[in-house]
Each structure stands twice: as structure tokens, then as C-alpha cells.
Ligand binder design. Structure first.
Ligand SMILES: CCCCC/C=C/C(=O)SCCNC(=O)CCNC(=O)[C@H](O)C(C)(C)COP(=O)(O)OP(=O)(O)OC[C@H]1O[C@@H](n2cnc3c(N)ncnc32)[C@H](O)[C@@H]1OP(=O)(O)O
Ligand code: NDP
Length: 314
């Protein structure tokens, strides 16, 4: 079997506009999508790929400046691809119910429909759970779980209930717990569960709801900046069975597959995009040194309590 070397692949990718999707051009022509967090990182890659495939895309997030610079980059890129598609920018904090309602209604009013919702916007900060203040806990849970719920509910009630559609949610590698990201792990586990529920409840409306779960390994400058350390992804590749970090394109193509007719019998599912990391036992969080914890056995109780106490229980 011939094996393409990684350097060949890198060279291909350095031709920035030659390769923009593994899917066929025009696949999403006539479709309308909302991508939250579409101005940066993974969301920006999803927006680009959808546009490349002919979809009209609304990107939405909290910060005007991030949206504006993301949109400028996307438009320049789109021009170079030679493809024509519409990109629309709307400000929205997914934690705010009124803003979410308005994002969906503006999209439906402007473009007459809403086919795809990609709930990519989200995130968290790093902290031992014992040190998380209630405001910080609430901020992360509202962003990742409540924000996803609000977006799904409004997309469904305002459009998809009567017209069908596809939703893709965002989780993370929280399968074995999330040391130092307890708030986000709990919220994303909720998102995975919500995805299953909605997949069942909304099947009757021809709405599919799925989710992607990237490992803590998808390199983007904005994600790194969020942790105040541009090198935060260094060293992570070595802990992954595939021996490398992931790319934003590798998340985007999974999202596009889930949106496509090729996934038309898939709903309620979460796809891991983590190079096998979540199935591998090497911990990314090292436990602090501590003495062995207390063991339970009848003999140890007898030893601890002494023969008289044990006899008195007979
Ligand atoms: C280690 C490698 C990991 C690689 C894997 C990457 C995974 C990813 O998910 S990458 C995505 C990264 N991007 C983001 O996380 C962006 C979105 N995140 C945020 O905006 C914040 O983290 C947020 C969700 C907490 C929302 O922030 P904000 O809008 O400012 O929220 P509030 O003003 O309502 O509340 C802030 C509240 O939260 C606590 N807090 C925030 N940051 C920290 C921090 N760095 N350390 C400790 N606590 C923090 C704090 O309680 C804040 O309230 P105040 O105390 O009043 O400031
Ligand atoms: N990179 C990785 O390794 C992993 C990433 N993820 C998840 O993937 C998603 C994208 O992350 P990534 O691109 O890497 O990082 P980014 O920090 O670049 O993306 C986060 C995006 O979410 C938007 N956002 C955050 N809070 C809100 C909000 N309340 N309302 C609307 N938009 C919001 C941000 O825009 P703005 O600031 O303008 O609001 C930003 O565009 C996130 O949910 C992230 O947690 C999950 C696992 C691993």
C-alpha cells in the first residue's frame, strides 16, 4: 500500500486555496446555516467549508471585533477560491435568551429558512473545581449547556419543527471526567445527553441532532490565547495515539459530514475527533502525590475496632 508522507501533505496544504473540502462543490447550495463562534478557530473553519460548498452562512458571537476580523478573513479567502456564497455577521451572546431569539428570527426573516445550526460557540477557563466561584461555574454552564439548549429550542420552534433541519452540537473529551475543567465537562456531558434526547424527540419533524467531541488538541491561536499561553498545545501530541494534535479542518469535515445527506440515518450521536486520545490511558492530568486511601474489608474493620468491639456486634 502506498503511504503519502506527511511532508507531501503539508506541501499540499500550503497551497491555501487549492483544497478546501473533501465534499463535492455545491453540496450545500440553497442551504442556510448559523455557526456560533464562527469568527474564530474551529467555527471559522466550519463557516469557510460551508461557504465553499455553497451554503449561506450566518456567523454569530459576542464580540463585534472578532466577528469583523473573522468575516474579513473569510471573505478574502472565499474570493480566492472563486466560489460565491453569502456570509452574514450577527452579534449574539448565546447565554442571552432574547439575543438567541433574535438571531434565529433575523436569520429566518432575511434568508427565508434555517437548514443547519452548528452550536460551536463555547469554552471555559482552567481551574481546580474546588476553586471555581459560583459566577464562574454559572458562566461556563450557561455558555455551553444552556446556550446550546436555547439555540436548539429556538431553531426548532421558529423554523425546523415544520421544515426539518440538522443540528450539530459541540462537546469535548470529558469521557473520563474533566480534571481542571469540571464545569465544562459537566456541561458538555449535558450537551451529549441533550443531543440524544433531541435526536429522539425531533426525529418526527425530520430534524437530526448530532454532536462532535474534539479532544483537547485542536490547535487554533484563539483557543490558545484563551488560556493566556500560546504554547498550551505543545506536548499534547505526544500523549495521543496518533502522535499529533488535530486541525480545525478535521473538525469541520466531520461537521459537514453530519450535515450532509450521507448522514441522513444518524441522529443523537456524538463523534469523537481526538486521534484516539479518549480511548488511551495516558493521563493528561497528573494526580498530586498522596498516601494510599483507606481500604475496606471485614478484617480491616476488625483490626481497627479491636476484638471487643467486634464481639459486641455479634
Ligand atoms: C489545556 C489545553 C486545552 C485545550 C483544549 C481546548 C478546549 C477549548 O474549549 S478551546 C476554547 C477556548 N475558548 C474559550 O474558552 C472562549 C470562551 N470562554 C469564555 O469566554 C470564558 O472562559 C467564560 C466561558 C468563563 C465566559 O467569560 P465571561 O463572559 O467573561 O463571563 P462572566 O463575566 O459572566 O463571568 C466570568 C466569571 O468566570 C470566572 N472566570 C472567568 N475566567 C476565569 C479564569 N481565567 N480563572 C478563574 N475564574 C475565571 C470568574 O468567576 C468570573 O467572574 P469574576 O470573578 O467576577 O471576574
Ligand atoms: N480547540 C480545542 O482543542 C477544543 C475546542 N472545543 C470547543 O470547540 C469550540 C470552538 O473552540 P475553538 O475554536 O477551539 O476556540 P475559540 O476560542 O476560537 O472559539 C470559541 C468561540 O466561541 C464564541 N463564544 C464564546 N462564548 C460565547 C457566547 N456566550 N455566545 C456566543 N459565542 C460565544 C467565541 O466568540 P466571542 O468571543 O466573540 O463570543 C469564539 O468564537 C468551543 O466550544 C470549544 O470549547 C472543544 C474541545 C477541544
Amino acid at each position: 500500500m502506498s503511504q503519502r508522507s506527511s511532508s507531501t501533505f503539508e506541501n499540499e496544504c500550503q497551497k491555501p486555496f487549492a483544497l478546501s473540502s473533501v465534499f463535492r462543490p455545491g453540496l450545500f447550495e440553497g442551504r442556510v446555516a448559523i455557526v456560533t463562534g464562527g469568527g474564530t478557530g474551529i467555527g471559522k473553519a466550519i463557516a469557510k467549508e460551508l461557504l465553499f460548498l455553497g451554503c449561506t452562512v450566518v456567523i454569530a458571537s459576542r464580540k463585534k471585533d472578532r466577528l469583523a476580523s473573522g468575516a474579513e478573513e473569510i471573505r478574502t479567502w472565499l474570493t480566492h477560491t472563486g466560489q460565491q456564497a453569502t456570509l452574514h455577521v450577527l452579534q449574539c451572546n448565546i447565554r442571552n435568551e432574547e439575543e438567541v431569539k433574535s438571531l434565529i428570527s433575523t436569520t429566518v426573516l432575511t434568508y427565508g429558512k434555517l437548514d443547519f445550526l452548528i452550536n460551536n460557540g463555547g469554552g471555559q477557563f482552567i481551574s481546580n473545581t474546588a476553586e471555581i466561584r459560583l459566577k464562574g461555574w454559572n458562566a461556563v454552564v450557561e455558555t455551553n449547556l444552556t446556550g446550546t439548549f436555547l439555540m436548539c429550542r429556538e431553531a426548532y420552534n421558529q423554523w425546523m419543527k415544520h421544515h426539518g433541519g440538522v443540528i450539530v452540537n459541540m462537546a469535548m473529551d470529558m469521557w473520563k471526567g474533566s480534571p481542571l475543567m469540571g464545569h465544562s465537562g459537566a456541561a458538555r456531558a449535558g450537551v451529549v445527553n441533550l443531543t440524544k434526547t433531541l435526536g429522539v424527540e425531533w426525529a418526527q419533524s425530520n430534524v437530526r441532532v448530532n454532536c462532535v467531541a474534539p479532544g483537547s488538541s485542536i490547535v487554533s491561536p484563539t483557543a490558545a490565547a484563551n488560556y493566556g499561553d500560546l504554547n498550551v498545545f505543545d506536548g499534547i501530541g505526544a500523549t495521543i495515539p496518533m502522535k499529533r494534535t488535530g486541525t480545525v479542518e478535521e473538525v469541520s469535515s466531520a461537521v459537514c459530514f453530519l450535515l450532509s445527506p450521507g448522514a441522513s440515518f444518524i441522529t443523537g450521536e456524538t463523534i469523537r475527533i481526538d486521534g484516539g486520545q479518549s480511548f488511551y490511558t495516558t493521563p493528561t492530568y497528573s494526580l498530586p502525590d498522596s498516601k494510599p486511601t483507606d481500604k475496606y474489608s471485614w478484617q480491616s474493620c476488625f483490626d481497627a475496632e479491636g476484638p471487643e468491639a467486634a464481639k459486641s456486634k455479634l
